[in-house]
Design a protein around this ligand. Structure first.
Ligand code: MG
Length: 342
């Protein structure tokens, strides 16, 4: 596939390597100050940034825009994903999200009742983690300029410096845990768009996962953490391995994929490892605490299907031992194969 160097195209927003390259060149390349007080800044490209405010405490902050189509999909809507997406980027830093800021750009002619439903969903997701919505902005623009709505949310968490978990901290010997089944969100969006809705029970996993992270933190030592959103676990695991200069050895048999996700994946020829999850976390955990962490996660509402899916090894590649006894290289996708997925 050829991508023009002069124009931004859909792939530049699809969470894969092409997007990463553009961010490095044009975004990072034009910003001179990218961190505050020695905290985690923009150049780390982590899920959130941190601002140390005294010797002990940090503010954790992040922002995310949501352009998902359709706005209402099996398992959720743009309101739930706008809250969960940002709350989760704070949560995977190891800190409880305390607030959300909400900016909405709405197309002229948008149904008031739909906006009401979307706000209720956003509120419910925040209630689940005890986060407040403290500020926001609303704009309306011509319907020929925007098809429905765009929601941008910024999140804040406050924690101790020593509880921050970056996505770069993996060490050889750590176990890799995923909090549940893979590919549910991306495949639910695709099956809704393709009109498979009547044939499958498939639902998006969109959910705020703070309770999963909290259970893991309280029961072991987490070395690195990410939410595997755009680009799926293929992207998240490669990013984590890359940043820590390590490899991974995964066991296909242990990676949970729902049969209905498998079915849609086969029909569309899309790899469930490469599509977005919106209610999952992947983490590296010290091996001697992995079983305790796994059991604690499995007791939470959104972590029942959690599994230890492999371990961190020397090297630089993410390799999966397949069910039939072979090996498959898991590479970071060029882009998430599902456009406007979150
Ligand atoms: Mg993230």
């Amino acid at each position: 596939m050829a991508y023009s160097d002069d124009k931004i195209n859909m792939v530049h927003g699809a969470g894969g390597e092409v997007m990463q390259d553009m961010i490095s060149d044009i975004v990072l390349g034009n910003i001179s100050k990218t961190s505050v007080n020695g905290g985690i800044g923009l150049e780390a490209l982590d899920d959130s940034a941190t601002i140390p405010i005294d010797d002990e405490h940090v503010i954790v902050t992040t922002i995310d825009s949501h352009t998902i189509q359709p706005l209402f999909f099996p398992g959720g809507d743009i309101g739930r994903i706008s809250a969960a997406g940002t709350l989760n980027d704070i949560s995977v830093m190891g800190v409880k999200p305390v607030s959300l800021s909400n900016a909405m750009v709405i197309s002229e002619g948008f149904e008031r009742s739909d906006l009401d439903t979307i706000m209720k969903s956003m509120n419910k997701a925040c209630e689940e983690v005890g986060a407040a919505i403290i500020t926001g902005d609303t704009k309306v623009i011509d319907s020929d300029k925007l098809d429905s709505m765009i929601i941008t949310t910024a999140g804040i968490g406050i924690g101790r410096k020593d509880e921050i978990v970056p996505d770069s901290g993996l060490e050889v010997g750590d176990k890799i845990i995923i909090s549940g089944s893979v590919g549910d969100h991306g495949m639910a969006i695709m099956s809704k768009r393709e009109g498979f809705g009547y044939e499958t029970e498939l639902k998006s996993d969109v959910a705020p996962i703070w309770s999963v992270v909290e259970a893991a933190k309280d029961n072991g030592t987490i070395t690195a953490m990410k939410d595997p959103t755009r680009g799926g676990i293929a992207n998240a695991l490669n990013e984590m391995a890359n940043k820590a200069s390590v490899g991974m050895l995964l066991d296909e048999e242990r990676i949970p994929v729902k049969p209905e996700v498998e079915a849609v994946s086969d029909m569309l020829g899309i790899d469930p490892f490469e599509v977005a999850n919106e209610g999952k976390v992947v983490m590296g955990v010290k091996a001697d605490t992995a079983e305790d962490v796994l059991q604690a996660i499995q007791k939470t509402k959104y972590g029942k299907d959690a599994q230890i899916i492999g371990e961190v090894v020397e090297g630089s590649q993410v390799i999966m031992e397949t069910v039939i006894g072979g090996e498959r290289l898991i590479e970071p996708p060029i882009a998430d194969p599902v456009p406007r997925v979150c």
